[in-house]
Design a protein around this ligand. Structure first.
Ligand SMILES: Nc1ncnc2c1ncn2[C@@H]1O[C@H](COP(=O)(O)OP(=O)(O)OP(=O)(O)O)[C@@H](O)[C@H]1O
Length: 235
């Protein structure tokens, strides 16, 4: 039985500017999409959920784990994929990148590498082990980041704009890969089409949830609001 995600009265400011005032949410669906305009707080929300930012007030618990304070338990619980894989990859060689998280979890080096190799094999990428990360394409680097996260077997995975700067075939491949994941997913996107088949949509504006419900309910309203805004843009 999943406890899901509990966000209780969270306040967050970045560089002194308030992002969330008193955000409370319960999330337990398998596929949750987060939409909203630039600066709405989408990335801040999933960074909070991943424990990468500490709220100034309130609590975030994922499957009962305080993901900010209990970093070791967080590694088993949450994984995050940044928009740009180059902001995530820290090692020059593929196998090192995947093994790193496992070492952080306490596995001895040799075991971490053996497990990383198994993850590569499971994804049909055994031949990537000794490749230099920078020689992979953008879509391939994104897959590398996903494999590094999956190696740690978290229960939730958070995606920040995973389709930005991918061509259409790669977008569709990434979409299918995400759909096939066993994990619960929270996915941030500007593009409503990418989350139309999800279980629940949160629409954020200026740090507030302005709509929360099934895609059929929320996305047409979101699209209409964005189209109305587009008419007023001078570009
Ligand atoms: N690195 C940062 N330092 C300080 N403030 C930031 C930083 N990143 C974002 N912010 C601010 O936090 C607020 C929320 O931004 P956030 O990136 O979470 O929104 P977003 O909905 O993900 O936007 P986008 O779609 O542009 O990525 C905005 O006011 C933004 O200016």
């Amino acid at each position: 039985m999943t406890k899901g995600i509990e966000i209780n009265n969270v306040a967050l400011a970045r560089e002194g500017q308030p992002v969330f005032a008193a955000l409370s949410l319960r999330l337990a669906e398998r596929r949750i999409g987060v939409v909203g305009r630039n600066g709405a707080g989408k990335s801040s929300l999933i960074r909070l959920l991943a424990g990468l930012m500490a709220p100034q007030a309130g609590q975030v618990r994922v499957e009962g784990v305080d993901v900010v304070r209990d970093r070791r338990a967080a590694l088993h619980t949450v994984g995050i994929l940044f928009q740009n894989p180059d902001h995530q990859i820290i090692f020059p060689v593929v196998i090192e990148e995947i093994a790193f998280g496992l070492e952080q979890m306490g596995l001895p080096r040799a075991e971490a590498r053996a497990r990383a190799q198994q993850v590569l094999e499971r994804h049909g990428r055994a031949d990537w082990a000794e490749r230099l990360c920078h020689t992979l394409s953008q879509g391939q680097r994104q897959l590398l980041c996903l494999m590094a996260v999956l190696a740690m077997q978290p229960r939730w995975i958070f995606f920040d704009e995973p389709f930005a700067s991918l061509d259409l075939p790669t977008t569709l491949a990434v979409e299918a890969r995400i759909a096939a994941l066993d994990q619960n997913v929270v996915l941030v996107t500007h593009d409503p089409a990418r989350v139309a088949g999800f279980d629940r949509i949160l629409w954020l504006e200026a740090g507030e949830v302005v709509a929360d419900g099934a895609p059929d309910e929320v996305l047409p309203r979101y699209r209409a609001a964005m189209e109305a805004l587009a008419k007023d843009l001078a570009c």
